[in-house]
Unconditional design. Structure first.
Length: 299
């Protein structure tokens, strides 16, 4: 390993009492997947049937690959996930590996990588000091090498899972994130962890209530969702704890989950939050119907 992660010391610098943030949803490419990726088939061999190896057809769907720019008045620009690496726009095999690069289909324009998207919004990519990683699956950590000067914040359980002996089989590719960057691991079992709203484990990133990290494991061992306080409402970035809005209305299980019990528990916390906070905006990880309707910026 080149990376040597250290414990995160929260809150991070830059917090301002009563601060609110601005949010820019960023579409950082698309990946074509079988329908079973979103809804696991029932019965035996469900994973193999859901993957439909070698059977790409008209039933496959293009899923948005998201990242988010959060503008904090004291901490500056913060990113949630990295989107695709720029190389995916011309040869995905370099970033995803030969097998994954051949089995999957990708759709990405060069200007969809995060650097040009940030510059278009008046943000110098070098000024991004904090990267919050919901998890380290390949479609979320692909662009890690583009931000060598940032501090990467993630759940320690996610790091252990991604760097373990079965990481590749669990959807990780170490070559995407194993860099000697500033990796900081949060511990949701630490004494300072509190609950917030319907979520049993929450951490205040800057100590001012504007950005909260929520433990929502199940999709992966250390998956996090992110709750933001805007001027007139809250926004919950569910990440892959809820791929789509329909995940909240039924018992829809995605193809890849690490722990079904924890996944359902996390989904239940998100569902109750949506019910109790009807004015909040929930942005789901790969909702192909929601993403075209999102505004360029939320304040």
């Amino acid at each position: 390993m080149s990376a040597e992660p250290r414990p995160a010391e929260l809150p991070l610098a830059g917090g301002i009492a009563g601060a609110t943030v601005r949010l820019h949803p960023l579409l950082a490419g698309e990946m074509r997947s079988p329908p079973g990726f979103l809804e696991r088939p029932s019965g035996p061999l469900s994973t193999l049937r859901g993957l439909q190896f070698g059977r790409q057809n008209d039933s496959w769907v293009w899923l948005p690959i998201p990242a988010f720019l959060v503008e904090h008045p004291g901490a500056g620009p913060v990113l949630v996930d990295t989107g695709f690496h720029p190389s995916v726009s011309f040869d995905p095999r370099d970033n995803f590996g030969g097998v994954a690069g051949r089995l999957n289909s990708f759709r990405m324009e060069p200007e969809q990588s995060l650097h040009p998207q940030l510059r278009a919004r008046g943000v110098d990519p070098a000024d991004v000091a904090v990267m919050v990683m919901t998890h380290l699956h390949t479609d979320h950590a692909s662009g890690v090498p583009e931000f060598p000067h940032a501090t990467f914040v993630l759940d320690g359980r996610e790091w252990d899972s991604a760097t373990g002996s079965r990481g590749l089989l669990r959807g990780y590719r170490r070559q995407q994130f194993d860099y000697a960057f500033d990796w900081r691991l949060v511990d949701f079992d630490a004494p300072e962890v509190n609950s917030f709203a319907t979520f049993g484990q929450a951490l205040d990133l800057f100590g001012d209530g504007s950005v909260r990290l929520l433990s929502t494991p199940g999709h992966t061992a250390g998956h996090m969702s992110v709750l933001l306080r805007l001027r007139d409402r809250e926004v919950l970035l569910t990440g892959d704890a809820a791929y789509e809005a329909r995940s909240l209305s039924g018992d829809v299980m995605p193809l890849f989950i690490t722990d079904g019990h924890y996944f359902r528990r996390s989904l239940g916390e998100i569902r109750r939050y949506a019910e109790q906070t009807p004015d909040a905006l929930l942005i789901h990880g790969h909702d192909r119907e929601q993403w075209p309707r999102l505004q360029p910026v939320y304040e």
